[in-house]
Design a protein around this ligand. Structure first.
Ligand code: ADP
Ligand code: MG
Length: 488
């Protein structure tokens, strides 16, 4: 039903920059000393600039510029030697100036791109139209019968990263978001706390008949701050628009919200046009002029980025591109992986096995518990101990997986789990041989058939022997021995 239509998706992502002070004032930009945003007293992090007192003037935070340039360079953007701050006017109680300072026709970064990896193994390049600097607004708190305004967030620095309309499915949109998220957190320009709205996305969605070049009218879904919700919101919106078109209606250009409880988008307001905002250059702020040397020195300070790390993992450990992407998209996860391999050397085989343990067994446990790697109940050090057992063949891969699950659910240490559950792989020929001999002796007919060319029967012998050892035989060694014995 969906195949007659094609979706077109473009994303605008607001990335909150991890600076200490605000973009145009000295007020704190984030809570002090590990407190969460919710624990802050309302309006404590404000200055006369943020509350728009008459006669105050904005002063640009240098760190914000540096962070925006970093994000631009890491996404292949050109950095404009001259960019301009503009006023974007609208009225809302959380915006006491009556305008938001943003960048309009001359943003700091333009023409970038991002590569995404899809589950089917394909990659795709998504263009980035622009990245601009802007200030966040405050927050309205709606009480019963009245509202209050908290300006702690007013003036918090953001960059808005605007993609081209290049994505065709929610999978591509989520892959793009994860890739961008990885970059800004590797750079350290964003704390990446999704719950606190450090990384929020507006999704523009339209549909068109396949083969039609012209884009359909888009709806913009505002402020979705989890990857899972973005996926749901886009999928819902695509189906909704297809229904509208199919029933002979027209999609209207509008701003929509996402109700995560219902899994539905809903209309909020008709979309404003750029001219409604009466943009003009802010006379309080001079144009931002950047020298080449400044930009190049920032380029020189960039850390290893997710893609480079991914490629390093691929060449060191022979990982698939997809697995390497999963491991490197979360900086902490990539560090966990490296730590779990620490001191074991660059064995390709072991690197691959450990990657598998993390992306299969551990990822499943984390996912079921809705945790990220920082909440893992199995430490990287424990994975390293398991890896050592794997590397000297004393446990099999399937045992390694079981050990992880047991550590997660019962706790304890690796050696006691191994001992208690008898995880000891049989890797010596002297104990395996008699078992195989017995099975061969008891299955005369199958032996003859095998020797006559029914090579598939190897599976039968290996399976029987594995069963006889209670699943403890070293599978590779068992296979070799069975083959040798059957040859006679
Ligand atoms: P704004 O939404 O602020 O008016 P733009 O008009 O530049 O800004 O568009 C913002 C986003 O909408 C971009 O990410 C762009 O790729 C995307 N977009 C534009 N047209 C369409 C369309 N027809 N369908 C889906 N996305 C679109
Ligand atoms: Mg928009």
């Amino acid at each position: 039903m969906q195949s007659e239509f094609e979706a077109v998706i473009g994303l605008e992502v607001h990335v909150q920059l991890a600076t200490e002070s605000k973009v145009f004032s000295r007020a704190r930009s984030r809570p002090e000393g590990g407190r969460s945003v919710g624990e802050e007293l309302v309006n404590m992090n404000t200055s006369p600039v943020d509350t728009a007192q008459p006669g105050t003037l904005p002063v640009l935070n240098k760190k914000v510029v540096e962070f925006a340039i970093k994000a631009g360079l890491a996404t292949g953007c050109e950095i404009r030697p001259k960019s301009v701050f503009s006023r974007k006017h609208y009225f809302y109680p959380d915006l006491p100036k009556g305008y938001q300072i943003s960048q309009y026709d001359l943003p700091i970064c333009e023409h970038g791109k991002l590569e995404i990896e899809l589950k089917n193994g394909e990659s795709k390049t998504i263009t980035i139209q622009r990245i601009h600097i802007e200030e966040d607004a405050g927050k309205n708190l709606h009480m019963s019968g009245y509202s209050l305004v908290n300006l702690n967030r007013a003036g918090v620095p953001l960059i808005e990263v605007v993609s081209g309309p290049d994505m065709r499915s929610s999978e591509e949109a989520v892959a793009y978001l994860k890739s961008l998220y990885a970059i800004v957190t590797y750079l350290g320009v964003c704390d990446g706390n999704l719950q606190e709205g450090n990384f929020r996305c507006d999704a523009n969605v339209s549909v068109r008949k396949r083969g039609v070049e012209k884009f359909g009218t888009r709806a913009e879904i505002k402020n979705v701050n989890s990857f899972r919700f973005v996926e749901k919101a886009i999928d819902y919106e695509i189906l909704r628009q297809i229904e509208v078109v199919k029933s002979g209606g027209t999609v209207i250009q509008e701003t929509r919200g996402f109700d995560s409880a219902k899994g539905q988008t809903f209309s909020m307001r008709s979309k404003e046009e750029a001219h409604d905002y009466r943009y003009f250059p802010d006379p309080d702020l001079p144009p931002l002029i950047l020298k080449k040397a400044q930009i190049e020195s920032i380029r020189g300070s960039l850390p290893e980025l997710p893609q480079a790390k991914r490629d390093r993992f691929i060449s060191l450990y022979d990982l698939s591109k997809y697995d390497a992407t999963v491991l490197t998209q979360d900086k902490k996860l990539s560090e966990y992986y490296e730590e779990s391999l620490g001191g074991i050397g660059n064995s390709k085989e072991l690197g691959k096995k450990v990657a598998n343990l993390i992306t299969s067994e551990l990822a499943r446990l984390l996912n079921d518990a809705d945790l990220d790697i920082t909440g893992s109940k199995v430490s990287a050090k424990q994975i390293r101990e398991i890896a050592k057992l794997l590397s000297d063949d004393s446990v099999s891969f399937s045992m390694a997986k079981q050990i992880i699950t047991i550590l997660w659910t019962e706790g304890g240490d690796v050696s006691s789990v191994v001992e208690k559950h008898g995880f000891k792989q049989m890797s010596d020929t002297s104990s395996l041989e008699p078992i195989i001999d017995k099975i061969i002796a008891e299955n005369e007919k199958n032996v003859q058939d095998y020797r006559a060319g029914k090579e598939k029967l190897i599976g039968f012998f290996v399976g029987q022997a594995m069963k006889a050892t209670g699943g403890k035989a070293n599978p590779g060694m068992l296979q070799d021995l069975v083959k040798k014995k059957l040859k006679g």
